[in-house]
Design a protein around this ligand. Structure first.
Ligand code: FES
Length: 105
């Protein structure tokens, strides 16, 4: 199973992008929990970040697409604002073993 990184490498309310083969993913930490999604905006199917590892809005309360400003709930990936309201980011299954984020998808 591919390991993304150690969960300690992602600070609270920060995000980090990854490439696994052909797939682009990102992870976010909120309230010490990790969430992993495919790096694919449901609006146009393009990558979300505005700079490397920057997937969150200005107050780090939501995931933001840099193209047209869609905002997504960190916990479940649902778009709550923007052109793809009601659609969701694709969640990626993982486990955490000894702190390592291990993708099981
Ligand atoms: S491509 Fe993400 S909001 Fe348009």
């Amino acid at each position: 199973m591919p390991i993304l990184c150690h969960s300690n490498e992602i600070a609270e309310r920060k995000s980090k992008g990854f490439q696994l083969g052909e797939k682009f993913l990102f992870a976010v930490k909120k309230n010490s929990r990790i969430y992993v999604y495919e790096n694919l905006c449901p609006h146009l199917g393009i990558q979300l970040e505005w700079q490397p590892d920057e997937f969150l809005d200005i107050d780090a309360s939501m995931i933001q697409c840099s193209s047209h400003g869609a905002l997504f709930n960190i916990e479940n990936g649902e778009c709550l604002f923007g052109p793809c309201v009601g659609q969701s980011l694709i969640a990626v299954d993982f486990t955490i073993n000894d702190g390592q984020i291990d993708i099981t998808d």
